[in-house]
Design a protein around this ligand. Sequence first.
Ligand SMILES: *Cc1c(COP(=O)(O)O)cnc(C)c1O
Length: 365
Amino acid sequence: MPYERPNITELSAYVSGEQPTDGKTIKLNTNENPYPPSPKVLEAIAGVSGELLRKYPPPTAASFRRAAAEVHGVKPENVIATNAGDELLRLALTVFTDPQSDGRGIAVAEPTYSLYRVLAGIHGTPVYAEMLTDAFGLPEGWEGRLAQRPVGIAFVVNPHAPSGRLESIDRLAEVAGALQGRGILLVDEAYVDFAGRSALPLLDAKRGLDNVLILRTLSKGYGLAGLRFGYGLGHAGLIAAMDKARDSFNTDIVAQAAAEAAIRDQAYARSTWDRVIEQRGVMTQALQDRGFVVGRSESNFVLAQVPVGSVPAGEFYGRLKAAGILVRYFDQERLRDKLRITVGTPEQNRALLSAIDLILKPAKV
Ligand SMILES: *Cc1c(COP(=O)(O)O)cnc(C)c1O
């Protein structure tokens, strides 16, 4: 008999995008910012002394939380700092679902971030899954059905991954309203920096919602995927509950210093977002010109259906990889004929387009 719990034995682990270490591959597969973090971040890291490292870090990252509260116009008690977004998701599962006593599970609309299901598997939490609409919108009448099930958390990635579609604030408010008093709405805003708007207005007291939790991460918008720093924004009651269940020192002193410097330098971060957004438009058009079907994205990637009659998407992925360019291919319903391509620098994007041209129109011999 294995030593681990049966649900762990049965678990299919999360599969992350490839991370080659050859330094040559053009990586357009895991939605990192193509630009490095603010120089102030590197200064902050260099400024962490031996004396600071000797001691335990501030347990709740108080200084970072004050900075984030200022940036978002909320109070520090509305902010929890975590070891990137993924820890926030795990913490939310631990705190707001209850598989043992009342069966409170999670609700997802697929395709979505595959980690939600993995975390549910780890916790033994039931999953209520439906499909998104053809346009990757939330399912019709979803809120009505959520209200009838024991849902502790409804997860919505917004802008959506992997399509880049942005859901309206009013629709999100309806979902939260349907769950109020029983469960929370977790809006995963991993990519919000590249979008036109955030669901942050749902936290306004005048909305009367006390069950909205917003995920933010420094991994994408701030060019800090390697740092592992994220945070949650929500009603003080939700934050206080999660604060009880987190590891005593869940973020380290180096990460706290770097994260605060990053979030305080909004002008620098914004300049990288603007460049990515501009290139997103260029890439969308260039792919459409080549026969790909590309929807409107408010994120730092595009979801592109390969031209009908060319090469199947899985093979397209393989041929780009052979040419030294990694994109993401998901062998699953609704995504099997598409590639998810991270928007890179202008040079990376040009290299991608050249490789695509060679696949579509092989050079004559
Ligand atoms: C990247 C990502 C996250 C969080 O990633 P971290 O690096 O753990 O902060 C959360 N949700 C989605 C949809 C993501 O793509």
